[in-house]
Design a protein around this ligand. Structure first.
Ligand SMILES: [Zn+2]
Length: 245
């Protein structure tokens, strides 16, 4: 690739390769919905550009060639194909609002989305997985498809202030990561947490909630383990037979 983007060819190819792997991994875990939903990554060294999946391929077949390089005006400056409208609006908004949010993953994964439809929402004090997200969850009421800049910016407003997850009521989730492995790690454990919550709530029994102090401690323990995310993502790529090049 010979794009003039301020990032080396090798860095760009690795970023596209890993972003494509994250789609394959999400499909493997059933986190996709048809050909919709989208993951993006800020271009290293160019916070005004981001990588985004083109509209069309199933997540189980995405390769690095399906990843577009897009600017904040919507111009495709690298890759072949076109973005889906809500994808561009949501991800442009998030990357503009949170320059530190290098990776932005949006899915309608089933259990987290089911929880987004409940008044009580996601509970960060009922399982050690869910405590990972304690004090880092934002919620946003639903107000229609993100088919224009206003709705994209409204969604983006919810990622300000340090939230790593936005529960989009009646819609799905947005997960913010410092890199692809971090976003994947959060996406995976968010869905696992939501699945456990739905299962626990389905018993009809009252749930045990830990104290605020224990939830805060556990969240910090998750965050302090800086090897967990890269190791999980490397393992998932091996499961996919996705060899690093
Ligand atoms: Zn959506």
């Amino acid at each position: 690739m010979t794009e003039v983007i301020g990032a080396s060819h090798d860095v760009m190819m690795r970023a596209k390769h890993d972003l494509a792997a994250s789609f394959r991994a999400a499909a493997m875990h059933g986190l996709n919905e048809g050909i919709d939903n989208h993951f993006s990554l800020a271009v290293p060294g160019r916070p005004d550009l981001f990588l985004l999946n083109r509209f069309g391929p199933h997540w189980s077949e995405i390769t690095a060639d399906d990843i577009l390089t897009v600017d904040f005006h919507g111009n495709v400056v690298g890759g072949e194909g076109a973005w889906e409208t809500t994808a561009f609006m949501i991800h442009r908004g998030c990357h503009r609002a949170r320059p530190d949010a290098n990776a932005v993953f949006h899915t309608h994964m089933p259990y987290a989305t089911a929880v987004s439809m409940t008044v009580g929402g996601f509970d960060t004090r009922i399982h050690q997985n869910s405590m990972y997200f304690h004090d880092r969850i934002a919620r946003l009421p639903y107000s229609g498809l993100a088919d224009g800049p206003a709705e994209g910016d409204r969604i983006a407003s919810a990622v300000t202030g340090g939230a790593t997850v936005v529960m989009l009521d009646n819609h799905g989730v947005i997960v913010i990561g410092t890199d692809i492995a971090d976003a994947w790690h959060k996406l995976y454990f968010l869905e696992q947490s939501a699945r456990l919550q739905v299962l626990a709530q389905s018993t009809g029994q009252e749930l045990i909630r830990v104290t605020e102090a224990v939830a805060q401690l556990t969240a910090q323990q998750w965050i302090d383990d800086d090897q967990a995310a890269p190791k999980l993502f490397a393992a998932v790529k091996r499961q996919l037979g996705w060899l690093d090049s």
